[in-house]
Design a protein around this ligand. Structure first.
Ligand code: 3HC
Length: 348
């Protein structure tokens, strides 16, 4: 089992020997629990690097959820029916809730929500590149539900067994709601394909052509190019690798596309009997890193909207903290009065 205590052992016998010994024992207990497939709670000792990578991943996951509300938010006022509008509103509201669960999970690691949001607003923290693509028409909303939320489910289900327990617990509720998100998107596309006009069917195919490759990028770089995968898998944060999850997603989605009556924009996509998986073409990693680096179609717009929402919400935060201060003062006064009354009673 990979362990960080090797470098602290080197200092053994120095003036901080007891501390080193204690850390080594704590590290050994942590390693033992991780090796046994156990879970780490917020109050448990953990290596600083484990804490750091969890803050990185959970906060970026939360940022993805709240930025992910924006592309679809664009279509609430343009939904084709009241039913579709209410479904879309429910989905977007869910995504906001997912962001809150995940910010709350990140806060258990000793970081404040303000710090996390400041990292998002300054561009220091990432969010999923997929949300930097434009939603051009109603078919995009269906494809986001079917493919983007489908990819998110594939990537999030293993996180329900993440070794950091608060994150795993948050993911269980998120995954239940994600399956509704995927089904509503697929249902909207089925209606367009089965009852729509040729033009609407063409819209669906065009949306699939624009979203398919960015969805494959959602799973992150190839395992060999992944900065964090090896360590995250040793720590039980990542249970299945980027490439294996991507492959699972392709295999599951190709069959759904056949039922829908659309094709994927990949001439190399075909079933490989020997591998028992679908082979697929090369991902354009230049596009991926360009978009991750801030140069996608909507990066600036998305970040500007998040910063505006934060600024516009300042008065709500101020009012809430003023109210909390007043409530705390009222409680302190009531407790002081209670203590005084008890002292009078005792004195009488
Ligand atoms: N978009 C932006 N950045 C990405 C990315 C993507 N699709 N995939 C990878 N990266 C970044 C990583 O964050 C890392 O950069 P960092 O060191 O600055 O954080 C770098 O590329 C190297 O990637 P790694 O594979 O080494 O990084 P990870 O081990 O963290 O794996 C991940 C990336 C698979 C996205 C992992 O972080 C993860 O599983 N995160 C939790 C799930 C998540 O965030 N999903 C995003 C979508 S959420 C969503 O879609 C909401 C739904 O309701 C719509």
């Amino acid at each position: 089992m990979y362990t960080q205590s090797m470098d602290t052992m080197a200092r053994e016998g120095g003036d901080n020997a007891p501390r080193v010994m204690e850390d080594a024992a704590l590290q050994a207990r942590f390693d033992e629990r991780i090796d046994a497939g156990g879970f780490i709670e917020a109050k448990d000792w953990m290596p600083q690097d484990y804490r750091k990578t969890l803050i990185r991943q959970i906060s970026q996951h939360a940022h993805s959820e709240i930025v992910g509300m924006l592309p679809e938010g664009n279509w609430v006022t343009r939904a084709p029916t009241l039913k579709r509008k209410s479904i879309l509103l429910a989905k977007i509201q869910d995504e906001g809730g997912h962001g809150l669960y995940l910010y709350a999970a990140a806060e258990t690691l000793g970081v404040s929500r303000d710090e996390l949001l400041a990292a998002l607003h300054s561009g220091k923290a990432k969010y999923s590149s997929i949300f930097n693509y434009p939603t051009l028409n109603w078919a995009d909303v269906g494809v986001i539900g079917w493919l983007v939320d489908g990819a998110a489910i594939m990537n999030q289900v293993p996180l329900c067994r993440c070794s950091y327990a608060p994150y795993a617990r948050a993911m269980i509720r998120v995954c239940r709601e994600e399956s509704f998100h995927q089904r509503q998107g697929y249902d909207a596309l089925l209606v367009m394909m089965e009852q729509g006009t040729d033009a609407q069917r063409a819209m669906v195919q065009d949306a699939v052509n624009r979203w398919w490759w960015p969805c494959l990028m959602m799973f992150g770089p190839h395992d060999g190019d992944s900065t964090h995968s090896a360590q995250s898998m040793r720590w039980g944060i990542k249970r299945i690798s980027n490439d294996d999850l991507r492959q699972k997603f392709v295999d599951a989605t190709v069959q759904q596309a056949q039922v829908l009556g659309v094709t994927m924009p990949d001439p190399d996509l075909r079933w490989n009997e020997e591998r028992q998986h679908h082979d697929f073409g090369k991902i354009d990693w230049d596009e991926f890193w360009r978009v991750v680096g801030g140069d996608g179609a909507c990066n600036r717009e998305r970040l500007a909207m998040r910063v505006k929402a934060w600024d516009d919400g300042a008065w709500v935060r101020d009012a809430a903290s003023a109210y909390a201060t007043k409530q705390a003062a009222r409680l302190a006064d009531a407790q002081a009065a209670q203590r005084q009354a008890e002292q009078h009673l005792q004195a009488a």
